[in-house]
Design a protein around this ligand. Structure first.
Ligand SMILES: [Zn+2]
Ligand SMILES: [Zn+2]
Length: 473
């Protein structure tokens, strides 16, 4: 985290050093809350539909950047859009003072939180393979409000940004660096840094106990790992934990059912479920949430080789169900099913798995909305509500019994792919066979975990959704 957030219980003085940002609401006559003449002029000149303006004024023998942000309404999405504009300006300043005193004690923390999150996004860079790094200038952001305590809101923004940055860094790392071992080591180091517990199981355990997971891992020269992070923050340490499970395929070539070459580099992002689970875990621990939380990450590569899974192979899962591998590219569910069985031992309150699972999810929901399914409507509803609050969008798809007809094998208990149609749902239906013992939800983030094209990179989603859910429970 490069920016430091802090809060001051006063109004921003026009004479203060650093860049100044005055945030005002639609209704506010700016002359009232800002004593700064330049800000008043900027605000008065804002045209209909315009929310941000900036200028530079002479100040103590130099130039001072002054900006105003007018927030139209209280919708999170509108607020985020406006904050993004201000953050693009702020990341070019070294030190920004932000006055949110136009808002009342309820609104101000919300506005500060969204602004702080936008600053966190704007200063994020991934340049570790580049000769010349071009970091953002912004080092410090100070928030001003006379009668509201913004510290809690800023702590949430800071923790969420911290978690998202872990997820982005892992996602963006090249697959020759971010191997299963690297993913496991990073998870361990991050959890240890925060005082959480770590257990890592290696190849021997996986080979002996998790036949389905091992069947995917065995085709690669990289060794697989099963990472288990735990944090007991609830007053009752024996209280049933929430368990997060993340798909950690550090590169998905498709295996023998090889993927086409175009954009295959983006298959390094196939561990974004794992990355978001690790990031969310760290954010929750950083906030010292009063919950018991376990994160489980099965991680390996999916590669073609002489010992790789072949179409037609039948493997035995940890649960004992046999699986016919009809397509080796449907490997995510093969590693997740064993991790979901592994989760049973914790007698969890709820299990949420997160995975870049199906291309079909992009067909159904596009790149802004994650697919959400589950066997417990109360859990799904809680996740939907949490998603809405932080504008990290998800939409529920049904798991009707009739879809079971699409998952029949003549040779094993289950095939690893269904008949054509509803590929996101049949993938979840496959997983549902392994989650009968607890409330379970599944997030398909194939469309939302990373961006392609000019903005190629990991998004850090759905850390906002998951962290907000954990804060609510
Ligand atoms: Zn695949
Ligand atoms: Zn995959």
């Amino acid at each position: 985290m490069n920016v430091e957030f802090s809060t001051k219980a006063e109004k921003l003085q026009p004479g203060s050093a650093g860049a100044l940002l005055y945030v005002c609401s639609d209704a506010c006559p700016c002359a009232q809350h800002s004593a700064h003449e330049a800000a008043q002029l900027l605000c008065a000149a804002l045209e209909e539909g315009q929310s941000f303006a900036c200028t530079q004024i002479a100040h103590q023998g130099g130039l001072q950047a002054v900006a105003v942000l007018r927030v139209k309404d209280e919708e999170r999405a509108t607020l985020e859009k406006a904050a993004k504009e201000a953050a693009a300006w702020a990341q070019k300043q070294e030190n920004v003072k932000i006055d949110v005193s136009a808002f009342d004690g309820v609104e101000a923390p919300r506005v500060a939180e969204v602004l702080a999150l936008a600053l966190g996004e704007a200063v994020y860079r991934f340049e570790r393979y580049k000769k010349e790094a071009k970091p953002a200038k912004l080092q410090q952001a100070e928030f001003y409000h006379p009668d509201s305590n913004l510290a809690a809101a800023l702590a949430v923004a800071e923790a969420q940004t911290y978690g998202m940055n872990i997820a982005k860094d892992l996602g963006n790392a090249a697959p020759n660096e971010c191997t299963p071992e690297f993913l496991a080591d990073t998870a361990k180091a991050e959890a240890k840094k925060l005082g959480a517990k770590v257990k890592i199981r290696g190849k021997d355990y996986i080979k002996a106990n998790m036949g389905s997971f091992w069947s995917v891992a065995k085709g690669s020269r990289q060794k697989p790992y099963l990472v288990e992070l735990s944090y007991f923050g609830a007053a009752d340490k024996n209280e049933a934990p929430t368990v997060l499970v993340g798909k950690g395929i550090t590169f998905d070539s498709g295996g023998i059912s090889l993927k086409p070459g175009l954009n295959m580099d983006e298959m390094k992002f196939d561990m974004c479920g794992a990355a978001s689970v690790i990031g969310t875990f760290c954010a929750a621990v950083k906030l010292q949430l009063p919950i018991n939380l376990i994160a489980i990450v099965p991680t390996c590569e999916n590669m073609p080789s002489g010992v790789a899974n072949k179409p037609g192979d039948v493997v035995t899962s940890m649960k004992g169900l046999t699986i016919e591998v009809l397509n080796t590219d449907a490997e995510g569910r093969l590693i997740l099913c064993d991790a979901l069985t592994y989760a049973e031992q914790f007698k969890p309150k709820a299990v949420i798995d997160v995975a870049t699972l199906t291309g079909a999810c992009i067909v159904a929901l596009g790149h802004d909305v994650s697919g959400l399914m589950g066997n417990n409507q109360a859990l799904v509803d809680d996740l939907l509500a949490a998603s809405l609050e932080v504008n990290d969008k998800a939409w529920q798809l049904p798991l009707f019994d009739t879809y079971k007809e699409q998952l029949k094998s003549n040779f094993a208990d289950l095939p690893n792919i269904g008949t054509p149609g509803a590929g996101t749902i049949t993938a979840a239906m496959f997983l549902a066979n392994f989650t009968e013992d607890y409330p379970w939800a599944h997030l398909d983030i194939a469309g939302t975990a990373w961006k392609s094209g000019k903005e190629k990179g990991a998004t850090g989603r759905p850390v906002p959704l998951l962290l907000n859910y954990l804060r609510n429970v």
